[in-house]
Write a protein that binds this ligand. Structure first.
Ligand code: AMP
Ligand code: ZN
Length: 663
């Protein structure tokens, strides 16, 4: 066998063993034998680099990625409607019957895996793309990280369709979660809170080699699109397994809703024995033809229903209450609990939201309380076990002064929260505002995190975000825990932020009620910080979706001389304080034209290109068809896409061609 053939054979053999080990959980050779095969492949690839294949098992861990492109889903990723009891399910069935008539309906019951949803694209049997759910219509391209998950096949076997998307859930099994946390604790790091958030957080790490250490797994549950040979959901699950995907064998076909209820009641307890977290059952109409007839509501398929298990509830004792101060000065009371195990994680704190909540539940120090885990990261207290209340427990007196700066707290009518108004001198508010400014969706400053911001503030090197731009490297290097490399990284990150577009700078300013979307709207409508500063109430509320509250908040921000000084300083340091010129041109030059965007672009992100197209009256669609007017092509575009465009006679254009079209 020549090296090329041997490489191919080894890839095939190793992938087969991977499948047995990671998908079927039943290894068919010893670790030693496996390592020998793997080594042989590595050595062959090293001596014949030109014969190395991208789908080789040695190529699962790629190099560091700079960021994640947002890309459209070919078909929307929906949420699911929830049900909590059998009445809800019976109602759902009667809604089904209204559409498809009084015919027998078959269902599939699957567990609802609790992790991060993912959509995988396979072209000619090879994994080409993985997108997170994002907002359902577009998600982040996290292919490099997904490739590190060994239960996800890089190449398929059997009679798979030549092009398809498959959806599933990336989960972190309890066992790997525990290992990961043990390691973190022994390294002096904070343990992660729960498997689900760790799984979704892991997908956004820029270094795939770290992701590969996390022990993620991926369970598949849905095919996107129509496939003539697959007629039911249960058939699809079988097919997907035969192509090499991990499809849990817990799924069951049920002939009636009573059978569905049996499945639910069985797994309500049996789920505690499963290796990964689940939070319910997903019931689906089995026939794909019925599914097509039933269709979707604005947010979810009509043919599926999630049944949520009752949240786990445990008892724990309230040891003390902390009051946290947010960047806006809002106070949030948090209960410190005696540590207790809840749904696989140790819980030590629970949010109490505000003073009313404490009063309503009548929570006192020393009380035994019921703690539940909902969808949030921090669990919530749902009630007090009064039979266990200590005799001397005094009712809580809510604080009247800020725990950090001691100024009196205020509560405005209509606001549930108390606020510390000492914006300029209250440390957590100052630090919080700077952290907001540097966060990913704002100035996105690498090399600077919350800890460093606190350190700089405590050492009086910064008092506001504007001070970041005058940091002195000589003073920085003198700080504890600051190496030359960290200083360089930080200063480079700060310098790079001067190129961040205006709308993100505007978001970073931290004007109350001006979130990401509002900042974008304001930036597009006014075009520059000076125009926004000069805007009056009428011109503000004239902007689509800007109401009284936001308008007043913007006016108040610019009426304050301290804020104006900060903004003037940012202007003088060279930050982007107006829209870049392309985004100012708006018109109808592209009206009636449909674009498909594909590949990687150096100068613009995909969302920016999409926006440019839409600003000029064009439309962006997900996949090529005879209706597509242009394919806007970047680097590394898939060859099959290119071939398809050529066969459909769709012109390929570059970014430069495109800019000419709109200039
Ligand atoms: P929700 O986000 O609560 O609306 O629930 C919808 C999500 O449930 C989907 O986006 C999937 O990520 C997830 N999910 C987990 N298991 C399944 C399953 N077996 N079938 C469909 N969706 C599932
Ligand atoms: Zn304060």
């Amino acid at each position: 066998m020549n090296p090329e053939e041997r490489i191919k054979a080894l890839i095939h053999i190793i992938e087969k063993h991977n499948h047995s080990y990671y998908v079927l959980n039943s290894p068919d050779i010893s670790d030693y034998e496996y390592d020998m095969l793997y080594k042989e492949l590595e050595e062959l690839e090293l001596s014949h680099p030109d014969k190395k294949l991208s789908h080789s098992p040695t190529q699962r861990v790629g190099s560091i990625v700079k960021g994640f492109d947002t890309e459209p889903h070919s078909q929307r990723m929906y949420s699911l409607d929830n049900s909590y009891n059998k009445e809800d399910l019976y109602e759902w069935v009667s809604r089904l019957k209204k559409v498809i008539g009084e015919v027998p309906i078959e269902y599939t019951c699957e567990l609802k895996y609790d992790g991060a949803s993912i959509s995988l694209t396979y072209e000619n049997g090879q994994l080409t793309k993985a997108l997170t759910r994002g907002d359902g219509t577009q998600g982040d391209n996290v292919t490099a990280n997904i490739r590190t998950i060994k239960s996800i096949p890089l190449t398929l076997k059997g009679d798979y369709p030549s092009f398809f998307e498959i959806r599933g859930e990336v989960v972190l099994p309890f066992e790997n979660f525990k290992k990961l946390n043990d390691l973190r604790v022994s390294n002096g790091e904070e343990p992660f809170r729960n498997p689900r958030n760790t799984a979704s957080g892991s997908l956004k790490i820029q270094d795939p080699s770290i992701v590969s250490q996390r022990g993620l797994d991926c369970l598949l549950y849905q095919l996107a699109g129509n496939f003539p040979h697959v007629k039911t959901q249960s058939e699809f699950l079988e097919k997907a397994a035969s192509w090499g995907f991990k499809v849990p064998n817990t799924a069951k076909k049920c002939g009636s809703i009573e059978e569905v209820l049996e499945f639910i009641s069985f797994y309500d307890t049996a789920r505690h024995e499963l290796p990964y977290e689940t939070d319910g059952v997903v019931v689906k109409v089995n026939s794909l033809e019925f599914q097509a007839e039933l269709g979707y509501t604005a947010k979810s398929p009509r043919w599926a229903m999630a049944y949520k298990f009752k949240a786990d509830s445990v008892e724990s004792e309230v040891e003390s209450i902390d009051y946290q101060v947010g960047r806006t000065g809002a106070i949030t009371p948090v209960a410190n609990l005696s540590p207790v195990l809840l749904a696989g994680t140790v819980v030590k704190r629970a949010s109490l939201h505000n003073a009313d909540q404490i009063e309503k539940l009548d929570i006192r120090i020393g009380d035994t309380v019921f703690v539940e885990k909902g969808g949030e990261i921090i669990p919530k207290i749902t009630g007090v076990n009064f039979s266990k209340r200590p005799l001397n427990a005094l009712s809580l007196k809510y604080i009247t002064h800020c725990p950090k700066c001691n100024s009196p707290l205020h509560r405005v009518a209509g606001d549930a929260k108390h606020f510390c108004l000492n914006e300029r001198d209250c440390p957590p508010q100052i630090i919080g505002k700077i952290c907001h400014f540097i966060s990913r969706k704002a100035l996105d400053i690498d090399g600077l995190g919350e800890e460093t911001v606190s350190l700089l503030y405590e050492n009086k090197l910064i008092q506001s975000y504007a001070d970041l731009y005058t940091l002195n490297p000589i003073l920085l290097i003198q700080l504890d825990r600051m190496a030359q490399k960290s200083v360089d990284n930080m200063l480079n990150g700060i310098e790079a932020s001067k190129q961040i577009p205006f709308e993100k700078v505007l978001f970073g300013l931290g004007i109350r009620f001006v979130g990401e979307t509002v900042a974008k709207k304001l930036a597009r409508s006014f075009g520059s910080i000076s125009a926004l500063r000069d805007a009056d109430y009428e011109s503000l509320i004239a902007v689509d979706e800007i109401g009284e509250v936001i308008a007043k908040s913007v006016l108040a921000f610019f009426e304050d001389s301290y804020n104006n000084e900060l903004v003037n300083r940012l202007v003088s340091y060279g930050l982007q304080m107006e829209l870049s010129s392309e985004f100012k041109l708006q018109g109808h030059k592209l009206s009636g034209l449909n674009f498909v965007i594909s590949g990687v672009f150096e100068t613009y992100s995909r969302p920016e290109l999409k926006e440019l197209i839409e600003l000029n009256g064009g439309k962006v669609v997900g996949s090529l068809s005879s209706k597509t007017s242009y394919l806007l092509a970047g680097d590394q575009m898939g060859p099959s896409k290119k071939a398809k465009a050529i066969s459909l006679d769709i012109p390929l254009i570059s970014v430069e061609d495109f800019l000419k079209m709109i200039s």
